[in-house]
Ligand binder design. Sequence first.
Ligand code: FES
Length: 180
Amino acid sequence: MDEEEDTSRRKFIRVATIGASAACGLFPIAAGIPSLLDPVKKSSDGGGKVAWSKVAPIASLPEDGSPAKFEVIQEKVVDAWTTYKDVPVGAVYLTRKGDEVVAFNLKCPHLGCAIDFRKQSNDYFCPCHNSSFALDGSVTTENSPSPRPMDTMETKVEKGDVWIRFQQFRPNIPEKIPLS
Ligand code: FES
């Protein structure tokens, strides 16, 4: 092997080694970027499931089935590096029928504006593009901008308190698909 060939071979090995080291160093950083951009996304109860959040005493809900609005505070949110305590994650309407509670996400399934409850007409209305919903969350107008009913979430009542598994869903599609 002549000297020139040997030198270019050594050069190639050096460049390849530097490239591989850089790639190894960048991988953990790249893996952490989604959590960094959206730390709440990684919320969990440790088992990879959406955590239960305590929302309100069931006694605070109107017995006639009319909705009451509540902020949802998640006790613990964990991302790649940090545990956050008592994080506001959204808001819901809760309606009660006896001991059964239904939770509706306040976010409109169209493009995410806040839905109002209209006492006069006893229905829900999104003022952004005029979607309206019945008390059971179903769409009430034929050409509604909202492609699906209001988003519900799993609920339970324990020791007099209402708990929910709070979730956000993909906007503006007919299917209800969780975002995390
Ligand atoms: S965001 Fe609610 S109707 Fe468009």
